[in-house]
Write a protein that binds this ligand. Structure first.
Ligand code: KMT
Ligand code: NI
Length: 180
């Protein structure tokens, strides 16, 4: 089950949990209100037969799908890629990830610009809205396998912070403020 919490201000090892003291967890309904991040729980063993993922793809127009494995052995330029993933950035489109094996952390900025750490495990499908500042890191298990979904031809370009003048960013901020 996905868990989310506010991060402490300690900049040591990014793969640690970084809970506040005491921990400050964020329930899923709050996560949506605070960040616009959407969450679906899927059953990994029946992903390709139970129709749940197919329905999400159809409803939301996700026509593209591939798989990314992040581990020292399977990801070319591993260290460099992990650095890029953990540099705060945004995209012009949604970032959609369905975890099928392993685990990791998506950190997302809430509406007050505070980091919320989302621990993803198999069966978690996260949709990060276009324009949200975020980053990703492996946790101490050092392995994750995820499906990447996209509407149409994927654009993976990461725009590092600051990118406040981008249209997608301005739209995102406006939507979040109006509670959409
Ligand atoms: C990204 O864009 O940050 C990633 O794809 C990270 C790996 S997906 C679990
Ligand atoms: Ni990203």
């Amino acid at each position: 089950m996905v868990q989310a919490w506010y991060m402490d201000d300690d900049h040591s090892d990014q793969r640690n949990e970084h809970h506040k003291n005491p921990p400050h967890f964020v329930p899923l309904e709050e996560l949506l209100k605070l960040t616009g991040v959407e969450y679906f729980k899927l059953n990994v063993p029946t992903l390709d037969t139970d129709g749940v993922l197919d329905k999400i793809k159809k409803d939301r127009g996700y026509t593209y799908e591939d798989e990314l494995v992040c581990s020292k052995e399977s990801l070319p330029n591993y260290e460099e890629k992990l650095k890029i993933f953990y540099t705060e950035h945004l995209h012009t489109d949604e970032e959609i990830r369905l975890i099928t094996e392993g685990s990791g952390y998506f950190d997302v900025r809430d509406k007050n610009d505070q980091w919320i750490r989302v621990h993803v495990v198999p069966g978690d499908l996260l949709v990060l809205p276009s324009g949200i500042y975020h980053r990703f890191t492996l946790d101490n298990n050092n392995f994750i396998r995820a499906r990447r979904l996209f509407v149409g031809e994927p654009i993976w370009t990461a725009h590092n912070r600051p990118s406040d003048d981008m249209e997608c960013r301005q739209k995102y901020v406006k939507n979040l403020e109006s509670g959409k």
